[in-house]
Design a protein. Sequence first.
Length: 359
Amino acid sequence: MTNPVTTQRSGTGPAQPGPGKAVATRDGETPVGGAAPAGERPGDGPPAGAPQASPGGVIPGAGPSGKPGSRPTLKLREADPDDPPRYAPEWLQLREPADAAARAEDLLDPLRNRLADLPGRPGGVVVHDLGCGTGSMGRWLAPRLDGAQHWILHDRDPYLLHFAAVASPRAAADGSRVSVETRRGDVARLTADALQGASLVTASALLDVLTREEVGTLAAACAGAGCPALLTLSVAGRVELTPAHPLDEAITQAFNDHQRRDGLLGPDAVTAAAEAFSEHGATVRLHPSPWRLGPEQAALTEQWLRGWVGAAVEERPGLKAEADAYLADRLEACAAGELSVTVHHTDLLALCPPVDGAS
């Protein structure tokens, strides 16, 4: 039996990287603000061998389709080294403005209050960003918090870690220094020891690709370290397209079932996470964080549609004939600027009880 969930619900722009010299990593230093290896500058796109857009403009692996148990910025289970990434790096760049606009800023005041109560540390607050991808969470959050910050970026993909490091912000909201460290590893096995000294754990679009056991491990690690967790953009299982279409509901349900493959939580993730954190005595706040995609986001909408419908058909092959016509119709409306989409997500802030006598 689980304990009652202590939750509080409240009603709802990207930052730019600043100048800097070097980013510490476990293996040495990654240059920031200077020359990156050929083909690896953030503005140059992926290096040779990374996924590229096809002649039809489709980014391989873009959108919410892909192998169960994997994600673009983090592989939660062992996989064949030759397996392609679930999403291309270009997809992460394409969605970053929509992610930044969607994240729930109303959760930041209680987070700021908690961080302000922490004992002073010479290097400022220590933030662990799990499955950091290209670093969009840091670019959004670091410039919204005051005080010196040290970000520890976790990911399995060394290219994405490099991108995240060189494109990370160098200054907090009040001009204080922001430093960055990168770590490769599997965050599904995160422990309280790995979070020793952490002030905050963050992640974006992570919870829904975890199992219930993995969410429990994450909640236990944060509780054991006594640090809050800000976990954003978890899918809520609801999509609204305007104008409506008779097949919308069937595609949505098939996609949701696809998200739950192999024991992954998919749209059930936020509820499971709220329960898990509450069992450890955390106060949990939930806030909607929907993508609102209109004509200005046509490129993102196109890629999202292809992945969304593709996942639905993979889950229910019997939908293929209807879904092919549906996708063609939706893409035509998107290209004409006549389609708007709301993809619902939920952000979660868990304020775990502090440990070791901290405030």
